[in-house]
Design a protein around this ligand. Structure first.
Ligand code: F6P
Length: 327
């Protein structure tokens, strides 16, 4: 018999499309197994301040298609402190919450990892971040929607780039990871993609443009915000100097990448993960993130899930793909 009776659920860190679908799945699965569910508002910050709401079947009606998170989210500095985590633990015990499901990314799991080892408290994580920068899952909730948002935006930019014979440098999100840039860049047919993992550098880019087609004036270059060159505007400055004949424009896509209706892939992934997280907690899983690897559900310890960019994804083979296709 499982000891879990009341599951707390929260979203933390940067929001991601599909988080609502994940919350819905957690709530519905908990109810299915006759458990109580407590919604915790504003991530760990709300946990520390007991910002709790009781959730029922209807609380999650009509949200599967909505972007953002109905539970709201925050990045809590207080939870990074021993005192903050002690307060969080007190709130959980006082309110009878005996299992926790946290939906977020790297920062969320770093906190969860500390907390579950300090208090031996049952926690299961759901990967919810547009960055896709977690180990132990092929895809995170929100990534598919975000790269499609980028593709839609850059397709529009390409129309005007083509009409004016312009070179566009487009900056996409990814503070520590180039995975949004890499996939969306391939998806839009970019001439070059600058990502922190590949270290191409602005000289590498200049080189690429020098050997590239001279007859094609309109070009798209995708830059991850975390690239060492320091963002699209810096790249723009260098290229303007080195290629005065190009008509260059810079576009930073920004937070539109975090919003919008989740794609079907993200809704399904979130639904599957939500149910698996509840079942995992019931079956005694703790200190782990649920993920999907080669279509199978897997649980990965938080410590292994964080701060590991998927080496497969940024392997030389992916980078060669970009080079071959941009000819
Ligand atoms: O972690 C997700 C993410 O969107 C990163 O790609 C980005 O660098 C960061 O969050 C921006 O966060 P915020 O706007 O919340 O400061």
């Amino acid at each position: 018999m499982s000891k879990i009776k009341n599951i707390g659920v929260l979203t933390s860190g940067g929001d991601a499309p599909g988080m609502n679908a994940a919350i819905r799945a957690v709530v519905r699965a908990a109810i299915y197994y006759d458990l109580q569910v407590t919604g915790i508002l504003r991530g760990y910050e709300g946990l520390i301040h007991a910002d709790f709401i009781s959730m029922e079947r209807k609380s999650v009606a009509n949200i599967i298609q909505r972007g953002g998170t109905i539970l709201k989210t925050a990045r809590s500095d207080y939870f990074r402190t021993t005192e903050g985590r002690a307060k969080a633990y007190d709130q959980l015990t006082q309110h009878g919450i005996d299992g926790l499901i946290v939906i977020g990314g790297d920062g969320t799991f770093t906190g969860a990892n500390l907390f579950s080892s300090e208090y031996n408290f049952p926690i299961v994580g759901l990967p919810g971040t547009i960055d896709n920068d977690l180990q132990g899952t092929d895809f995170t909730i929100g990534y598919d929607t975000a790269i499609n948002t980028v593709v839609n935006a850059v397709d529009k930019i390409r129309d005007t780039a083509e009409s004016h014979d312009r070179l566009f440098i487009v900056e996409v999100m990814g503070r520590d990871s180039g995975l949004i840039a890499l996939r969306s860049g391939i998806g839009v047919g970019a001439e070059a993609i600058l990502i922190p993992e590949a270290n191409m550098g602005v000289e590498g880019l200049v080189n690429r443009l020098e050997i590239g087609r001279k007859d094609k004036a309109s070009k798209i270059i995708i830059v991850a915000e975390g690239d060492e060159v320091g963002g699209a505007f810096n790249v723009g400055e260098v290229l303007k100097e080195r290629f005065p004949h190009y008509d260059i424009r810079v576009s930073v896509l920004g937070h539109i990448q975090r919003g919008g209706k989740p794609s079907c892939m993200d809704r399904v992934l979130a639904s599957r993960f939500g149910v698996a997280a509840v079942e995992g907690l019931i079956n005694g899983q703790s200190g782990v993130m649920v993920g999907q690897v080669n279509r199978e559900l897997v649980f990965t310890p938080f410590a292994q899930a964080i701060k590991h960019i998927d080496a497969q994804e940024v392997s030389p083979a992916w980078l060669r793909l970009v080079e071959i296709l941009s000819l």
